[in-house]
Every structure is written in C-alpha cells, then in structure tokens.
Design a protein around this ligand. Structure first.
Ligand SMILES: *Cc1c(COP(=O)(O)O)cnc(C)c1O
Length: 635
C-alpha cells in the first residue's frame, strides 16, 4: 500500500496519469516538479521555473503558458503520420492539411503553426469573415490551401474570390444551397474562376459531445438531393469545372474510430459519384474530429479516444483508397482540418490555491464526562467510540444526533456555542469514518459518498468561465496536476472552486483511467504558494471563455526550448491579461469618467470635513491604481 512513507515521484506520475494522457510530453523529476518535454525527448522544462520567471517579470497568476515547441511537434507529427500512411498504402494522392483558425486564433499560435507547417505546405481553414481576414493576410505559401467553411454573405465570398486573384488556392465550401447562386453571380461579376467544395450532410452520425455537427439534422452541409441540385446549377452556369472538393466534418473530439471510418467511406462514395458525373473533383476534406485523450483511458468514452494519430491517418488513407479503387476513380488528395489535436496539448493554465474550505477546519473541544447536554454527550461518545460500534452504526447514530441537535437549536434549546460543538463533533466523526473507509477493503454503500462529502474545497485564483469554459458548459474533463511537491504524498482529498461568485465555478470531476474521480488528491497547504496546472487547455478554451464577474483574459507567456539558458528555456513573448479598466470598457464604463465621479465624491467629503485632504488624495490614487491593475486576486 502506498502511503506517506513510501511515496515517490513515480507514484505521482501514476496517480495524476501523466503517462496516459501526457503522450510522452509530461514527467515528474526526482525533486517532485512537473516537467514538460516539448519534443518528447530528454530535453525538458520545469513548469514551476516558468511560473517563477513570469512572476519575476510581473506577470501574476492565473497564467497561460504556451509551450511553442510542443505546438510545433504536433504540427509535424500530424503531417508526418499522413505522409507515412500514404507511403505505406502506396496511395497516389498527397496530404494537404489545414489548421482551423477557430480552435485557437491567437496570432502567435497561428504563426507558429504556419512556421512549423511550412515544409508540408500546411494551410489554413476559416469559418467567418474575421477568420478569413486572418487567413488571407497570413497565408503566404502558394502551395498551401485556404478552406472557407461556415455561413457566407456576399462580402465573405467577394473577399475569398479576391484571394483567387492573388493566386491563392482558396476553396469556398458550400454549406447551404443558397450559397451556390451567390458564388456563381459574384464570380461572374468579378471575372474570377472560383474553387468550390461541397460539404456533405452525411448520414453517419458523430459520437461524443459534439455529435450534432453531423447527421441528417445537422445545421451544416448539403443533403444528397441538394448536392445533385447544386451540381446541376454549377453545370448550367458553366462552372462545373470549379467543383473540386468534397468536405465533411462529423463534429469535434470523435471518440470512436469506427465513426471516422464510416464517415470517410460515405464521403468517398459521394466523391466517386460526383467524379462519374463528370465533375473534376480532386480533394477529399475529412474535416476535424481527431480527438485528444484527456483522461488517458484509450477508450471511446467522450473525454477520450480509442485510436492513435497513426491509426487515424492510416484508416482515412486506406478507406479512401479502397472505395476509389472499387469505383475505378483516381485517388484524391486528402485534406484534414484537425484543430483540437494540434493545439490542445501546447497550453497549460496555472493557478494558485489561495484558500481552503474544510468542514473540519475547527477542532471540537471535548469536555468528556463533564458534558451535561445529553445530545452533545452522545456525539462525543460516538466520536470516542465508547460503545465499540461498527463504522456504519456510528454513522447512523451520528446522523440521528445531528438531526436532534439541529431541531433543538431551531427550538431555542441549544445556544450557538452548543450548536457549533454539535456540528464540529459530527463532522469530525464523518471525517474519521471517511478516512477509515479509504483504507478499508469493503465500504458499506451508505458510507461510499463520505469521502466526496467530506472533501475539502481548494479555492483557486482563476475563473472556470474564462479559462475552462467547456468544463462548465459540457462537463469536459481536463487533467489537473500540482506543479511541485510531487515527491510528497498528497494527503488531502479535494475538489476545486474558482473565485467567481457563482456556485457553478467549480471542478468536482477529474480524469481517471477507469471512471471519473469526484475528488483529487492534493497536498496539505504548508503556508507557501501551491500551484496547480490545468493541462491540455490549448483548444477552444481561450476564446470561448467569458467575462463572468468581469475577470477576463489572464496573463500569458510563450516559452521556447533554449539550450543556452540555464533552465533550458526562455520566454519569448508575454501578453498582459485584461486590466480592470479594460473589462469595464466592455460594459460601457469609462475609467476616466468613473475616476472623475469618484473625485467629486471625495472633494465633497473633504469640503464637509469628513476626511482630510491628504486622505482624499491617497484614496483617489489608490482608486486609479486599482483601475490599472489585474482583475484576479493579487498576491
Ligand atoms: C471546428 C471545426 C474543425 C476543427 O475540429 P477539431 O475537432 O477541433 O479538429 C474543423 N472543421 C470544421 C468545419 C469545423 O467547424
């Protein structure tokens, strides 16, 4: 049995699941610090060191850390796995991936992805006008694609077509039938030959949390009659030759490889049929959906995936090839739009535990036989187990006495002091029973939830709504790991709560191999800062987070491996989170106006001799200082 005597850093690796979800990027060093291996080799960065350096530079927590080399690794791996699958299957097309900007729009992220993807002519995907603006301007490699998905108005289409004039291979993917006449009209108007793709509304349903992106009720894509209709319209407008690409996207984080295979086969069938109808289709775009194994269970559970990147690439290549061969149709080039799989792992959110909420924070003072109140005496005797009862019996007795105590208090027969003692005794009994249950081989059903009920809440300086929105919105799990003290036995069962004034701002489900954990083992507070890392948060979270309680964007540092540096890394960029002034601006306040309003009140109070002029000046200075400052808790 593992306990505080024989606990080792390797036990922490095991407990926090680093080997499972970390896919070779995360380890614990001999001193108990969490390390990241951006290239999956022996070069590593201690995340605690990054936090210390960020703090030295004045970047307070919460802090988003981007490991830029890890991002590069993912881009390279995706491209290499497809290239390899193509060689292994003797496939005659090539892989031409694009990064979907919506998954992480940050300029530095997009730039890094483009830079790492340059040797592979890795392109960009956009789904809105702002994203198209990014894609057009950032795209420089004429051999890399731009794929335009999403709902499009005239302006969107015109802008995309202007990209054609610049020689870009930019595809307008038709999501709605109404886009077809529009593309035809605007292309003619501008005298541009468009490149067109059709998004298929496949009957293959996705699986997992984002399954509604696909299936016949999805809001995206064309049904089979619509495809024929759209194709006919293109032909009639003498634009049949523009139809080059077949697209599908069955939803994000597809946990089951069988779904991906089925969708690939179905889409390839459409491809072959359109080819036979005389359209010069030459690309199949398999969309996103490539998962991340957040809990490391390698299962088709929604926070996991039952396949590897290698298997994913091979299955797509193999099935497209097979279907095309059977139909005697040339094999198309393959496009994929993997976002989550590329960016999720590169980013870590660090927060500090700033307080602890515990039901047993106050230890009851026993008065033993001198206790004259019968209910309190009984509770003491249950705590001391004077009757040698079983755990379950003690639990039942304690519950009954607690209920009596509550009633007596409400009726005025117990005073506050006595009520406090009754509660403290009751919680102490529950704590004991819960601890006993943890090491017991068998726990009676009624006692099973005690460890969860008795768990401490660690208050963390961050907002779930800003930084882990998918946990709140759809219960997605992210791995949580302390950045340090991992050589120490984590003795406290805890859940996490954030600093918003919202009871939903909490984390009470955690990743585990077999099941979901309701509590996470963490370290006993020791009076020094204690940092937790939320891992795999690089996809979707940053931009979808909101301003609940006006906390807003957190500080951020971008880290690179660097052999010449003592710690093996350097911080290239840092981005300030929102100041209070910034977030007030979003709700129509103006910091200057608020300051003036404050000044008027202070002036009035000074005139009325309520405060001294010197105090008034200080008050106003403090007010403006807070306005400029960080929204989260300061150290
Ligand atoms: C969101 C989206 C993606 C990205 O999906 P991931 O599962 O994150 O890879 C790709 N294509 C389209 C059309 C999307 O809407």
């Amino acid at each position: 049995m593992i306990n505080d005597h024989n606990w080792k850093p390797s036990n922490a690796e095991e407990y926090y699941g680093l080997k499972r979800w970390g896919s070779g990027h995360f380890t614990v060093n001999a001193d108990g610090f969490l390390e990241v291996h951006p290239l999956r080799d022996s070069r590593s960065i201690c995340i605690y060191d990054i936090v210390r350096e960020a703090l030295d530079k004045g970047y307070e927590l919460p802090l988003t850390i981007r490991i830029q080399d890890l991002l590069r690794t993912r881009v390279v791996e995706l491209n290499e796995h497809f290239a390899k699958a193509i060689v292994e299957e003797s496939y005659s097309g090539v892989y031409r991936g694009v990064f979907p900007i919506k998954v992480n729009q940050l300029r530095e992220v997009v730039e890094e992805i483009q830079d790492a993807g340059e040797p592979f002519h890795y392109g960009l995907e956009c789904g809105s006008k702002p994203e198209l603006v990014i894609a057009l301007a950032m795209h420089k490699d004429s051999q890399a694609l731009i794929v335009c998905n999403g709902y499009k108005d005239d302006e969107f289409i015109r802008l995309a077509l202007s990209g054609r004039r610049l020689g870009k291979e930019i595809y307008l993917v038709v999501e709605q039938l109404s886009e077809v006449p529009r593309i035809i009209r605007l292309s003619k108007e501008m005298g541009v030959e468009p490149l067109i793709g059709f998004r298929m509304k496949l009957s293959t349903m996705g699986e997992g949390k984002w399954a509604s992106s696909s299936g016949e009720d999805a809001k995206f894509g064309l049904t089979s009659p619509e495809i024929l209709d759209a194709a006919r319209r293109l032909k009639r407008a003498k634009m049949g030759s523009a139809l080059k690409l077949i697209h599908f996207h069955i939803g994000s984080q597809v946990p089951n490889i069988q779904t991906i295979k089925r969708a690939t086969i179905e889409a390839t069938r459409y491809y072959c049929e359109l080819y036979k109808l005389g359209f010069p289709v030459q690309l199949i775009d398999v969309g996103g959906g490539l998962g991340i194994d957040y809990d490391g269970s390698r299962s088709n559970y929604e926070s996991s995936m039952n396949y590897t990147l290698r298997e994913y690439a091979r299955d797509i290549v193999y099935h497209i090839k097979t279907v095309c061969q059977e139909a005697s149709v040339p094999q198309p080039d393959i496009v994929s739009e993997s976002g989550r799989a590329v960016v999720a792992a590169h980013s870590i959110l660090v927060t500090e535990v700033c307080d602890r909420i515990s039901k047993t924070s106050v230890t009851p003072k026993l008065s033993g036989k001198n206790q004259h109140n019968p209910v309190l005496r009984e509770l003491e005797s249950i705590l001391l187990n004077e009757h040698n009862s079983s755990d379950l019996e003690r639990f039942h007795d304690a519950q009954q006495k607690k209920e009596s105590a509550d009633n007596l208090f409400n009726l005025g027969y117990l005073d506050l002091k006595q009520k406090a003692l009754a509660d403290a005794l009751y919680w102490k009994i529950c704590r004991e029973l819960s601890e006993a249950g943890k090491s017991a081989r068998y726990t009676p059903e009624e006692l099973e939830s005690l460890p969860t009920d008795m768990a401490d809440q660690y208050v963390c300086n961050f907002s779930v709504f800003q930084s882990l929105i998918d946990h709140w919105a759809c219960g997605q799990l992210f791995p949580v790991v302390p950045l340090h003290r991992l050589e120490e036995y984590p003795s406290v069962d805890a859940t996490l709560v954030d600093i918003t004034c919202d009871s939903e701002g909490k984390i009470s489900s955690f990743t585990d191999v077999e099941d979901i954990r309701n509590t996470l083992r963490l370290h006993e507070p020791n009076g020094k800062p204690y940092y937790l890392g939320f891992c795999l948060v690089g996809a979707y979270q940053d931009i979808m987070g909101d301003l609940h309680n006006l906390f807003g964007r957190v500080n951020e540092v971008h880290v690179f491996l660097e052999d010449d540096e003592e710690d093996g890394f350097f911080i290239e960029d840092s981005i300030r989170g929102f100041s209070i002034n910034d977030v007030l601006g979003f709700t129509q306040y103006d910091g200057k106006v608020l300051t003036r309003m404050m000044k008027n009140q202070i002036d009035r109070a000074t005139k009325a001799d309520q405060i001294k002029p010197r105090e008034g000046t200080r008050m106003l200075e403090k007010f403006t200082e807070v306005l400029k400052g960080h929204t989260y808790l300061a150290r």
